[in-house]
Design a protein around this ligand. Structure first.
Ligand SMILES: *Cc1c(COP(=O)(O)O)cnc(C)c1O
Length: 369
C-alpha cells in the first residue's frame, strides 16, 4: 500500500494551548480552527482543545461542523463558536443564533441585521479597522456602532487585527495600537465602562502582551509552527501538531549524464543512487520547493528534480542504510514546517491548509502530561 500519512498529535496541541494560557493567563482563548483547523482536521483537533473558551471559524459550514462535534461531547453550551467574518445574509444571522455562534460585525449591513433581529443574550465582536484595511468599522464609526449594539442589549467585544504582528518593530504596529487604544478610551469616556476587547493573534500574543485584554485568538501557534520571523517553534515552547510522512518505494542507481523527473531539470554528474518517495503535490507537498530535503533515519536527503503529483526523488549518495519501505519525514518534530515553508517561498499556514485528503490522517494519542 502507498503509505503517505499525516499524524496529528493531540498532546502537542494540548501543550501549545497551555503555552497560550501561560502567556495570557488573564485572557479567554478563542482557538482558531478555520480552514479545517489549518488543514489538520477539525474533528481530530477539537478533543485536544476542550480547555478553550471558544472556537473561531470563517464560515457557517465550519461553524456547523464545530457545533456538531461539540454536541456529540455535550459541550455545545460550554464552549462558544465565533464566526470571524460574521454572517453573509440575514437568514444566516438567524442560523448563527440557532447554533449559539457569536458573530463578528464588521460592516453596516451586519449591524442592521443585529439591530433588526435581536438576540441579545449573545456576544458580538465589533471589528474595528485600525490599519489592516480589509474589514471593520473605522475608529470614528466604531463608537456609534458600539453604542447601538450595547443599547440593544448585546455584550460587545471590541476587536482589531494586527497587520505586522510577526515583526515587533514594524512602525504600523504602534500606529494600530494608538488608534485602537484611543477608541477604547473614547468608549470608556462616553459609556462609563471600559469595553471588552480582543486584539491578539499568535504573533501578537508573543509580541504585545500589553494588548492581551479579554480574549486572545491563537491560530498557528496551536499547531506548533512559529508565528515569529526570527524565532523557532522550539524556542517559543511550541510542538509540531502535524507529522507528514511518506515512504521510499524505489531505490536505484542513475547513470552519469542521466536526468530525473519532468523537464529533466536535474542531471547526474556521476552514477548516483537515488530514492523515489511516495509524496507529491497531489498530497500537498509544495511543487515549487527549492533546495528542499526530507529526513530519513536521522539523515537529511536532498530533493532532486521537480516534485511530481505523486512522487519526488531524493539523492542517496551521502546517505547510509536507506532501503525501500523506509519512512521519510516531510515535516514534523524532526524537520520544522517553517524550514520547508522558507524553502518553498511561502508560510507554514499555506502548506498546512494545502495538505490534501489523500494522505490518511491519524490521531496520535499520547498520555497526558
Ligand atoms: C486567523 C485569525 C487569527 C489567528 O491568526 P494566527 O496568525 O494563526 O494566530 C486571529 N484572528 C483573526 C481575526 C483571524 O482571522
Amino acid at each position: 500500500m502507498r503509505t503517505t500519512k499525516i499524524d496529528i498529535s493531540q498532546t502537542a496541541i494540548q501543550h501549545n494551548l497551555s503555552t497560550v494560557k501561560q502567556l495570557a493567563p488573564n485572557s479567554k482563548v478563542l482557538s482558531m480552527v478555520k480552514a479545517n483547523a489549518y488543514g489538520h482536521g477539525i474533528t481530530l483537533c477539537l478533543p485536544a482543545l476542550l480547555q478553550t473558551d471558544a472556537f473561531g471559524v470563517a464560515c457557517m459550514q465550519e461553524a456547523e461542523e464545530v457545533f456538531q462535534a461539540l454536541s456529540r461531547l455535550n459541550l455545545q453550551h460550554d464552549i462558544g463558536i465565533c464566526l470571524i467574518e460574521g454572517v453573509f445574509s440575514k437568514p444566516e444571522w438567524i442560523q448563527a443564533q440557532e447554533i449559539n455562534a457569536m458573530c463578528v460585525i464588521h460592516h453596516q449591513q451586519q449591524l442592521d441585521w443585529a439591530l433588526q433581529e435581536r438576540f441579545t443574550k449573545q456576544s458580538v465582536w465589533l471589528k474595528v479597522n485600525t490599519g489592516m484595511n480589509r474589514l471593520g468599522f473605522s475608529t470614528d464609526d466604531a463608537l456609534p456602532a458600539y453604542q447601538q449594539l450595547s443599547r440593544a442589549g448585546y455584550d460587545v467585544i471590541v476587536s482589531m487585527h494586527f497587520a505586522n504582528a510577526d515583526q515587533k518593530d514594524h512602525p504600523i504596529n504602534q500606529q494600530q495600537i494608538t488608534r485602537f487604544n484611543s477608541l477604547l478610551t473614547q468608549i470608556e469616556a462616553t459609556t462609563g465602562n471600559f469595553p471588552k476587547v480582543s486584539a491578539c493573534n499568535s504573533a501578537s500574543i508573543f509580541n504585545f502582551p500589553e494588548m492581551h485584554y479579554d480574549w486572545v485568538r491563537p491560530g498557528i501557534m496551536l499547531y506548533g509552527s512559529s508565528p515569529l520571523i526570527n524565532q523557532t517553534s522550539a524556542e517559543l515552547n511550541l510542538r509540531a501538531a502535524m507529522k507528514f510522512t511518506a515512504q521510499i518505494f524505489n531505490v536505484y542507481t542513475a547513470k552519469k549524464g542521466d536526468s530525473v523527473g519532468y523537464g529533466s531539470t536535474y542531471q547526474f554528474a556521476d552514477d548516483t543512487t537515488i530514492g523515489i518517495v511516495s509524496v507529491g503535490y497531489g498530497d500537498g507537498y509544495p511543487r515549487g520547493i527549492n533546495n528542499g530535503f526530507v529526513i530519513c533515519k536521522q539523515q537529511s536527503l536532498p530533493i532532486i528534480g521537480r516534485v511530481s503529483m505523486d512522487m519526488l526523488a531524493v539523492d542517496l549518495s551521502n546517505a547510509t542504510n536507506i532501503q525501500v519501505n523506509d519512512e521519510v519525514e516531510l515535516w514534523g518534530d524532526n524537520l520544522s514546517i517553517d524550514t520547508i515553508a522558507a524553502h518553498a517561498n511561502t508560510i507554514s499556514y499555506e502548506l498546512l491548509c494545502k495538505t490534501s485528503n489523500r494522505p490518511s490522517r491519524f490521531v496520535v494519542k499520547s498520555p497526558l502530561e
